[in-house]
Design a protein around this ligand. Structure first.
Ligand SMILES: [Zn+2]
Length: 377
């Protein structure tokens, strides 16, 4: 038996400094002796970790050490992660943004993010969207009330288990950074070219939201090619093949479709952008707009996909302002705390982390010390 942490002498064989913790798996601590091989399994209590999404700007700031306000917060986060109270999973957006980072250590940055997450990752966006849409469509068709958000749609089932002493890093990337860079540049160019079309209109936020949701309902068949055939197949079993097509088409223009979480949040953010652009004095300089909205698509992607599954998110200041406006109030709707990258936002995040730390009960502390003998809890 390999002992990772020696905790003392073996009472079975009498060996000196040969007994200790071997590994952790499936909420079970395996302890034993490296000499006689005696082994015991200690069941660890069930835990529910807080899920915190950290925007790329947080990680690049710690990585570069260019913001002294970030470091003390990063230390608190790391401690809570090691105490199994918090997890900061990485997403495909972290990978994409790391590889687009204009710094020679882009690959090292993504490795750093994965280490910070202790290997925990959000599921890929397309699977999350597909699960939300299929469930919403089934609820629409059967009138059975189903939750829009189920954690396992976006996070692995073992996210709340006690972390083992090691984790496996799969380093092969499927990303093509050059292709992504071209798509990104093309998207922001088309987006900002639309500003002239949107400027000077006087539509309400609700009208703009409906406009974006309608556009998304048209784009969805390209974004998730299998989703329409899957819905039609499901509908055909209930209403027959002839009606199935009509039912799917009706769903795609219904308020039930607009309420699918990722559609709702993406529609919100793009509607907010159009609302701001209606002001004839905002974002009038094309060059500045290209810079300002350079990563807008990435921000919309990760917020719309993952916000409903997070207890808290640390996000860009503009995104925070838009999501916090009276006609949106995303935090209240999805019960997700939002912290902006600002002095106040960092202070609030720090207090939120302190509250988690201060709420660890003594029983739990004993289990943490048992499982991780070097933990300072
Ligand atoms: Zn022994």
């Amino acid at each position: 038996m390999i002992i990772t942490y020696v905790t003392g002498n073996c009472t079975s064989c009498g060996g000196q400094q040969c007994y200790g913790n071997s590994c952790i798996g499936n909420n079970c601590l395996v302890r034993g002796c490296e000499i006689c091989g005696i082994c015991e399994n200690v069941r660890l209590p069930i835990i529910k970790k807080k899920i915190l999404y950290l925007d790329q700007c947080f990680f690049s700031s710690i990585f570069c050490g260019d913001d002294s306000r970030i470091e003390p917060i990063a230390i608190k986060i790391k401690q809570l992660v090691s105490h199994q109270q918090l997890v900061t999973p990485f997403s495909h957006v972290h990978e994409t943004e790391s590889l687009q980072w204009g710094h020679c250590q882009k690959k090292e940055l993504f490795q750093f993010i994965k280490r910070h997450a202790v290997g925990h990752a959000f599921k890929f966006w397309i699977g999350v969207w597909s699960a939300q849409l299929q469930r919403a469509f089934q609820a629409y068709l059967t009138s059975i009330d189903t939750p829009g958000v189920i954690e396992t749609d976006a996070l692995p089932a073992d996210i709340h288990r006690w972390d083992g002493y090691t984790w496996v890093d799969i380093r092969r990337s499927l990303e093509d950074p050059d292709a992504t860079a071209r798509c990104k540049a093309d998207f922001v160019k088309r987006l900002t070219e639309n500003f002239a079309k949107w400027r000077g209109r006087n539509l309400s936020y609700k009208e703009l939201y409906a406009e974006v949701a309608t556009e998304l309902s048209v784009e969805i068949k390209d974004l998730i090619p299998w989703i329409i055939p899957t819905m039609r197949l499901f509908a055909a079993r209930l209403v027959g093949e002839v009606k199935a097509r009509q039912v799917v088409d009706a769903f795609l223009i219904s308020t039930d479709f607009n309420s699918v979480p990722f559609i709702d949040i993406a529609s919100t953010l793009y509607a907010k952008l159009r609302q701001k652009v209606q002001n004839p004095t905002w974002y009038t300089n094309p060059k500045k707009s290209l810079d300002k909205f350079n990563s807008f698509a990435f921000d919309v992607r990760f917020i719309s996909t993952y916000a409903p599954y997070c207890d808290a998110m640390f996000i860009d200041k503009t995104m925070y302002q838009w999501l916090n406006e009276n006609d949106v109030k995303l935090a209240k709707k999805y019960k997700t705390r939002l912290f902006p990258y600002s002095n106040d936002g960092l202070d609030d995040l720090s207090k939120w982390l302190d509250n988690i730390q201060n709420s660890i009960l003594e029983d739990m502390k004993q289990n943490i010390r048992l499982a991780y003998p070097l933990a300072n809890v």
